[in-house]
Every structure is written in C-alpha cells, then in structure tokens.
Design a protein around this ligand. Structure first.
Ligand code: ADP
Ligand code: MG
Length: 237
C-alpha cells in the first residue's frame, strides 16, 4: 500500500503533472489509486470532474494540516496506491505527508532555481527522517526536459546528485504539450485520439516508463536514496 508524495517547495517544477500522469497510468491498468490533492489550486480535483476518469481512481481534495495523517491512513485502507500532490511550500502538511511516504518524488526542471527548490525538498526529507527515525526513500525526477538536449546546467545538477548518491529516475518526464492538455481534456492519455495529438504514443510510452519505474522503486525499497544524507547544504547550489 505505498504512499507516494510529490514534493518540492519550488512552484511549477512539475509536481501536479507528474502526480496526474502517475495516477492515470496506474488507474488505466485497473490499479486502485487515491490522489490526495493538497495543491491549493486543486488542478487534479478539477480534472477529476471532467469525463473519462478511470473508475479505479478517486480524488480527495483539500486535506489540511489537521486531517492529512488520517486522510493518508484512510486512503491506504481504500486503495493500493496513494498519491499526494503537495503544495509548493514547506509547511506542516507537507512535512506530515513526507513523514508517512514510502517514496518521495522530487521533480526538478534542469534550471538553477529548480535545483535550489529540490535541495530544500531533500533537506525536508532529511529532517523528517531524523524526526521520525525512519528512512524515507526519495528520488529526483527530471521534468520538462527536451529530447537530445543536455544543457550544461543539467549536466552539472546530475553530477552533483550522483556525487551525493541521490537517486535519479532514469525516466525523465519530457516537455510535451499533451501533458498540459490532459488537464483540460480529462481522462487518460490512452483515451485520446492519435489523430488529434502529435506524438501521442511517445507521450504514453514516457508516462508508462515513469509509472513502471515508480512501481519498481516501491517494490524494492533499497533502490531509491534511503541514507540520511549528511551534507545537503552544498548539494545543488
Ligand atoms: N512534462 C511537461 N510537459 C509540458 N508541460 C509541463 C510538464 N510538466 C509541467 N508542465 C507545465 O508546467 C506548469 C507547472 O507544472 P505543475 O505540474 O503544475 O507544477 P507544480 O505542481 O510543481 O507547481 C504547468 O503549466 C504544466 O502544464
Ligand atoms: Mg502543483
């Protein structure tokens, strides 16, 4: 019953997009998923009101600092997968959600500003590991990358992460218009007509590869970073 939290204090790094793609890819396979939509913009809850939401996907919006722990426990009873789309800030709700997570996914657009946001997210995970005296598996997900373009910033950030033994998803969520559009179309990528969407199959393959990697990470808890990272101050800055 894994609880997967998408976290980074950096707004716009791709938490909500990654949460929806993960949720829909799991749900369209018939896997039960509950999304706790803790993003104040409630984009996933809004998406859920559009047609073609897979029946095995439930969205619950607006958990609060007071309710989040109970909301997570309840969702765990109801669905095999719980996905929490967190707000782009560091508050108690975010800290509680991280404390309960079996995997924290930290999306990172390869830019300096996003890297600082990811460094803060890594620090928050480290604090929660100390506070609750448990290891919290976590991994960085590169988002909005462009095929065949490896910028200097990207290379620099990847090297720093690797040096600090922080797990990075092999799959990047590439920059794709359809990932944006899904929030207005509703449903899953698989419901869309390839005639209407440029490179739809590539987008589906990319989202599936991401979901597949998440499943293997939660099934093998030693894959993602679990060590209490010691020197994060210098990481990614
Ligand atoms: N892989 C992607 N391809 C295209 N657009 C993306 C991708 N990831 C995020 N976006 C766009 O970037 C913006 C911020 O993404 P979002 O997922 O809302 O970030 P966050 O939840 O971290 O604030 C949105 O307009 C979203 O549509
Ligand atoms: Mg968001």
């Amino acid at each position: 019953m894994p609880v997967i939290a998408l976290a980074s204090p950096k707004g716009g790094c791709g938490k909500t997009t990654a949460a929806l793609l993960l949720a829909t890819e799991l749900a369209q396979k018939g896997i039960g998923v509950t999304v706790l939509d803790a993003d104040p913009e409630t984009y996933i809850d809004t998406w859920a009101k559009l047609p073609d939401k897979p029946p095995s996907l439930t969205v619950k919006k607006s958990p609060t600092e007071q309710t989040i722990l109970d909301d997570i426990d309840k969702a765990k009873q109801e669905s095999p997968f719980v996905i929490i789309d967190l707000e782009g800030t560091a508050n108690m709700l975010v800290a509680y959600a991280i404390s309960r997570a079996d995997l924290v996914i930290i999306p990172l657009q390869p830019s300096d500003l996003d890297a600082r946001g990811a460094a803060k997210a890594l620090q928050l995970v480290r604090q929660q590991q100390k506070a609750f005296n448990r290891t919290i598996p976590h991994a960085i997900l590169f988002t909005r990358t462009k095929a065949a373009i490896r910028t200097k910033t990207f290379t620099h950030i990847s090297q720093q992460l690797t040096q600090n033994k922080i797990t990075i998803f092999k799959t990047h969520l590439m920059e794709r218009e359809v990932y944006r559009a899904l929030f207005s179309y509703g449903g899953c990528l698989e419901n869309l007509d390839p005639k209407d969407v440029y490179h739809l199959q590539d987008a589906i393959n990319n989202a599936r590869a991401f979901a597949g990697e998440v499943i293997s990470m939660v099934n093998s808890p030693h894959t993602p970073s679990t060590r209490p990272t010691q020197e994060l101050e210098g990481v990614l800055t």
